[in-house]
Design a protein around this ligand. Structure first.
Ligand SMILES: O=C(O)CCC(=O)C(=O)O
Ligand SMILES: [Fe+2]
Length: 132
């Protein structure tokens, strides 16, 4: 699988989760993916904005009515009243988190927000699998 993606996320993202096991039907790898992480290193950061927000909540079936029509994410109300972490990346910093938890990126007020990232999966035979 391809590993490593450069992303410029200046306008922010919808609140979403990433779960390769849920998003790809069938077996993704020869072994089961039992844990997933997202890893991003920030190689250009805006002077203001661009925070990553991570909520202590994973998708539940009752969340479906809060999907953004035609979008890939959810209305922020999906994570209301849930503990959250807001990280404002600094240049060269890396952030490793469980992307099955709801997360978003706030818009940068000006400037560019560029990261290099990949997803890391732990398989049930004890290996790390990387993809983007
Ligand atoms: O750029 C970030 O901080 C997070 C982007 C994102 O949604 C992800 O890596 O899954
Ligand atoms: Fe994500």
């Amino acid at each position: 699988m391809h590993v490593g993606i450069v992303r410029e996320i200046n306008a922010g993202l919808q609140v979403h989760f990433d779960d390769a096991v849920r998003e790809y039907a069938g077996r993704l790898l020869d072994s089961e993916v039992v844990a997933q992480l997202a890893f991003n290193i920030y190689i250009r950061v805006p002077p203001a904005g661009g925070e990553t927000v991570l909520w202590r909540r994973r998708w539940q079936p009752d969340d479906e009515p809060l999907r953004v029509p035609g979008g890939y994410g959810f209305q922020e109300a999906v994570a209301a009243d849930t503990q959250s972490l807001t990280l404002r990346p600094t240049l060269g910093e890396g952030f490793l988190f469980d992307p099955r938890h709801y997360h978003t990126v706030r818009p940068a007020s000006d400037g560019r927000r560029i990261s290099i990232g990949c997803f890391v999966g732990l398989t049930d035979d004890g290996r790390l699998a990387l993809w983007s």
